[in-house]
Design a protein around this ligand. Structure first.
Ligand code: ZN
Ligand code: ZN
Length: 243
């Protein structure tokens, strides 16, 4: 096993990512004062979410907590549209306020990420079985294959609030296709691969190792793989800057 790399070392080797990195570091720095929300204890959250499979932040009470917390940064109606993933309305409000939509989306979701307490960001196999994030309801942006008992389990990563949840090993989380003959894998790197669905043409960037989550579970840190996928006319799903 090789030495665990730091993000800095990784960026030194991948200089083309420097600009994206600077942008995200700056964004995080601007949000250092955002404190996690006061939410019910984990067991209670699980119960609340699993009752009707409605993600926590799509429930009125908790949605209001998020909107109160982000009011300093964003107009409330805009935050509400973004949180509910009402894309058309978010687009209109951004235009009316002359806000850059991509930047606004990234800022909003980076803030939501900070608002969620760390103990709610990992959901085990029995906790949740859906293909959308139990906390915010977004579709996953990436995945990780991680050692689990004698085999490996697949975890999906939410690009919005950055929650990870265990999901079945086989199948496209976007269209539900489970036919192995209609899914293929592109091994692009020692540590990353694309799981491509031949039904909906979506791909899922998957980190196939562990210990370097700080690098490989950041969507922007493997932008070059998205470019490769784009060349193959595959679709990216679940990214915060996309609808
Ligand atoms: Zn989420
Ligand atoms: Zn699919």
């Amino acid at each position: 096993m090789g030495k665990i790399k730091t993000l800095e070392e990784y960026l030194a080797e991948n200089n083309f990512l420097r600009e994206a990195a600077e942008f995200h570091f700056k964004l995080e720095k601007n949000l250092t004062e955002v404190e996690p929300l006061e939410l019910p204890p984990r067991e209670k959250v699980l119960e609340l979410v699993r009752a009707e499979k409605i993600p926590l932040l799509q429930q009125e009470k908790f949605q209001a907590q998020v909107l109160d917390a982000v009011e300093k940064f964003l107009p409330r109606d805009l935050a509400e549209s973004l949180l509910r993933q009402e894309n058309l309305s978010a687009k209109k409000i951004c235009a009316a306020h002359e806000l850059n939509e991509t930047l606004t989306r990234k800022t909003f979701w980076a803030t939501v990420d900070k608002l969620i307490p760390a103990d709610l960001k990992l959901w085990e196999r029995d906790d949740w079985q859906e293909n959308y994030c139990p906390i915010c309801g977004r579709r996953p942006v990436m995945a990780q294959l991680k050692k689990f008992n004698d085999g490996r389990e697949r975890r999906l990563l939410c690009g919005g609030c950055r929650t990870l949840w265990s999901w079945r090993r086989v199948g496209c989380p976007y269209c539900g296709n489970e036919n192995l003959e209609r899914i293929h894998i592109l091994e692009l790197d020692k540590k990353m691969r694309l799981d491509v669905c031949d039904e909906c043409r979506a791909y899922l960037k998957t980190y196939t190792d562990e210990d370097e989550e700080n690098i490989y579970l950041r969507d922007w840190a493997t932008l070059h793989l998205d470019l490769l996928a784009e060349e193959k006319t595959l679709h990216k799903c679940g990214a915060v800057e996309l609808e």
